[in-house]
Design a protein around this ligand. Sequence first.
Ligand SMILES: Nc1ncnc2c1ncn2[C@@H]1O[C@H](COP(=O)(O)OP(=O)(O)OP(=O)(O)O)[C@@H](O)[C@H]1O
Ligand SMILES: [Mg+2]
Length: 316
Amino acid sequence: MLCVEARSLSKSYGDVVAVDSVDLVVEPGKIFGFLGPNGAGKTTTIKLLTTLIAPSSGTIKILGTDALKDPLGARRRVGVVLQQPSYEPNLTVEKALDKYGMMWNVDGGTRKRRVEELLTAFDLKDIRKKKNDDISIGQRRRVQVAREFMHEMDLLFLDEPTVGLDPSARRALLDYIKGRVRGGLTIFFTTHILEEAEYLCDEIAIINRGRIVAIDTPDELRKKFGRKKTIKVHVEGVRDLSGVLRDVGPHDVSYDGGTVITLHSADSERALVRILQVLSSNNIEVEDLSVVPTSLEEIFLKVVRDSEGQGDASGI
Ligand SMILES: Nc1ncnc2c1ncn2[C@@H]1O[C@H](COP(=O)(O)OP(=O)(O)OP(=O)(O)O)[C@@H](O)[C@H]1O
Ligand SMILES: [Mg+2]
C-alpha cells in the first residue's frame, strides 16, 4: 500500500495556481523530500495531502484511504507539523506534550512514557517546567515537532521543521527522524536546506510555481542534472604552469598560478587525462587529485532556472 498517492492535484486561489497538476507517490518506509523556492506550493501541497484544505481538482489517497471522501479516516494515522508556529502560551513544555497526547486519545501510562522520551530526544528536559511563552523560538519549534510524536502514526508531514534550530538541534532532529523511519514511519518533508535533503531523503521532488519539475533519488538527480564536475589537480613544487597548460587544448581549465589546476566541465575526466599527459611529458609530478561533485544546491538552482525557461543548455 502506498502512503501517499496524489493524481493531477491542483489548487487555485483566484488567479494564482498554487499547485498545478501534481502527481506524487510516496512509498512506505521512505523519507520523501519536497523542495522548492518560496511560494512554490510546498505548504499548499502539504495542506491538501493532510485534508486541511480542499483541492480544486485531482485525487488523493493517504494510506490507502480516499482523502476527499473520508478525510477523517485518511488522517487517523497521520501526523503533521505545519510551517506556522502553533503553541499554547500558558502551558509548560511537559504539559503541552501531554495535552497533545490526550487530544489523540493516548492512554495516561503511554503518555507519561512518551513525554519523558521526547523531552530527552528533543533536549527539552531543562525547560520542561517553563511555559511556551517563556522559551526561545527554536525551543518552541522543538516542542511543536516533539509533540507530534506523542501519537501513533504511519505517515508524518513536516513543513520546514528545522527552521530556527541551531546546528546541533537540527542534526539531533534529523537523526531522530532517521531512527523513527527505521522503526517503520514514512516522512514527507519540506526544506530549503539542501544538505538536509541530501542527508535525509530517499527521494526528492523539486516544485516550482506549483509544478513538479524534477523527481528522483539524490544520486539520480546528480547524474541527470549534475553533469559538470570539478576536479582539482595538485602538483609538486611551486612553479608557473601557464606555459605548460597552453598545450592542454580546448578544455575548461582554470589556473591562477601556484600548484592547483582546476577543471570544471561536463567532461572533466577527459580534460584530466589530457592534463596528466601534458604534466607527465613536462616531468611534473602530481601530488594529489580531488573531485568535487556537483552539490544538490547547484542542481536545485539549475532545475528551477530551467523550469522558468532561462536555463543554459550547457548544464551546470
Ligand atoms: N490562503 C491563500 N490565499 C491566497 N493565496 C495563497 C494562499 N496560500 C498560499 N497562497 C499562494 O500560493 C502560492 C504557494 O504558496 P505556498 O505557501 O504553498 O508556498 P511554499 O512553497 O510553501 O513557500 P515557502 O517556501 O515560502 O513556505 C503562493 O503564490 C502563495 O502566495
Ligand atoms: Mg511553505
